[in-house]
Design a binder for this molecule. Structure first.
Ligand SMILES: NC(=O)c1ccc[n+]([C@@H]2O[C@H](COP(=O)([O-])OP(=O)(O)OC[C@H]3O[C@@H](n4cnc5c(N)ncnc54)[C@H](O)[C@@H]3O)[C@@H](O)[C@H]2O)c1
Length: 328
């Protein structure tokens, strides 16, 4: 049995508690949340012991799940890691790059497992493409959400776009050589809407748009590569591949297109998307990495890499804003 403590029992923390209860091999020891009124409700509704002292809870467990607001991630991670406990921490891994770098160093020194909650890696629409031969040249991403004060302690880049930054870095596997970005703070003090262009050393370009002030929701990624277009709808949980028809594609719906080079046959593939619970899967993967002593599904290095790009984007947006202001 892995003894586990939860830090932060807010909106997402409650989903985590429900899921941990269904995962075998886990003994939920209790939770820490400084909000008295919320904690009293959670204690009663989930029959879970509340701890008033985070250090006491850490001393009693093998692993922690940090679902507190981002500005508290580092202090909690540090306390857990220094005590040799495994850590699951929500995205973004930490607030500042200094904190992110310190977490990577602490993990290396302590030899514990740390997984970052980039849950879209476990989205069934993305999992349906497991093993697919990605070599993107152009990626277009839209992640639009309606306004919700939750999460606005950080910019839309660190709140929403970071999901797509993580997936794009995971797919492209090349270093980012140039970033262009534009963003506007409309409802909060930090950018609420942003458009970003990432140029990679291998020639790939990714355009990412994120908004938390939209009227409708959208979470779509379109990946273009030499032989295929891959559409991933993270919200509707649908995946589509349109590709040049090749060997083994006889079962797929196909159609011909006349080109100056002759007839080209395209095939449409809709990989089976399983009806999975992404949160349950990411938490189970964390459990398995502890039990089997294997690498975590989203490591602290990948968490830091996504933060690094997100912070560079924010710097670009800030410097563009400063230039625009100075020219008024
Ligand atoms: N992976 C995702 O898709 C996803 C989605 C939503 C939120 N998140 C992340 O999860 C985290 C929490 O988000 P939320 O929406 O649940 O926020 P929330 O505001 O609903 O809940 C946060 C809870 O943490 C508690 N808290 C505050 N300080 C704390 C501390 N020092 N120690 C322990 N608990 C503390 C608060 O009292 C509150 O109950 C954030 O980092 C956010 O970025 C990730």
């Amino acid at each position: 049995m892995i003894k586990l403590g939860i830090f932060g029992a807010g909106h997402l923390g409650k989903f985590h508690i429900n899921n941990w209860k269904e995962i075998s091999g886990i003994e939920l020891v209790g939770f820490y949340d400084p909000d008295d009124s919320n904690a009293a409700k959670v204690e009663k509704q989930y029959h879970l012991k509340r701890f008033a002292d985070p250090a006491e809870l850490i001393s009693l467990v093998d692993a922690v799940d940090i679902v507190a607001p981002t500005n508290h991630h580092f202090v909690l991670c540090e306390m857990a890691i220094r005590n040799g406990k495994h850590v699951f921490v929500e995205k973004p891994m930490a607030d500042t790059m200094a904190e992110g770098n310190a977490i990577v160093k602490l993990v290396r020194e302590a030899g514990i497992k740390l997984q970052v909650g980039h849950v879209e890696r476990f989205n069934p629409a993305f999992l349906a493409l497991k093993g697919y031969d990605f070599h993107p040249m152009f990626i277009e991403v839209h992640r639009l959400a309606q306004f919700n004060p939750r999460g606005t302690e950080v910019s839309v880049i660190l709140d929403l776009m970071i999901h797509d930054i993580d997936i794009v870095l995971h797919l492209v596997k090349s270093d980012v050589k140039n970033i262009s970005a534009s963003g506007v703070a409309v409802m909060t003090e930090t950018p609420d809407i942003a458009n970003v262009r990432l140029e990679f050393n291998n020639g790939c370009v990714a355009n990412l748009t994120s908004s938390r002030i939209s009227m409708k929701k959208m979470r779509k990624m379109r990946v273009f590569q030499k032989d295929a277009y891959i559409g991933i709808d993270f919200l509707a949980r649908k995946t589509e591949i349109i590709k040049l028809k090749g060997e083994g594609d006889d079962q797929l719906f196909s159609f011909d297109i006349e080109t100056p080079q002759g007839i080209r046959t395209l095939a449409i593939d809709n990989p089976v998307v399983e009806d999975n619970n992404a949160i349950r899967m990411e938490l189970t993967a964390f459990r398995d990495s502890i039990l089997n002593n294997t690498a975590t599904a989203v490591s602290e290095r990948e968490g830091l890499e996504a933060m690094h790009i997100a912070h560079q984007i924010l710097q670009k947006i800030e410097s563009n804003f400063a230039i625009a202001k100075s020219s008024i």
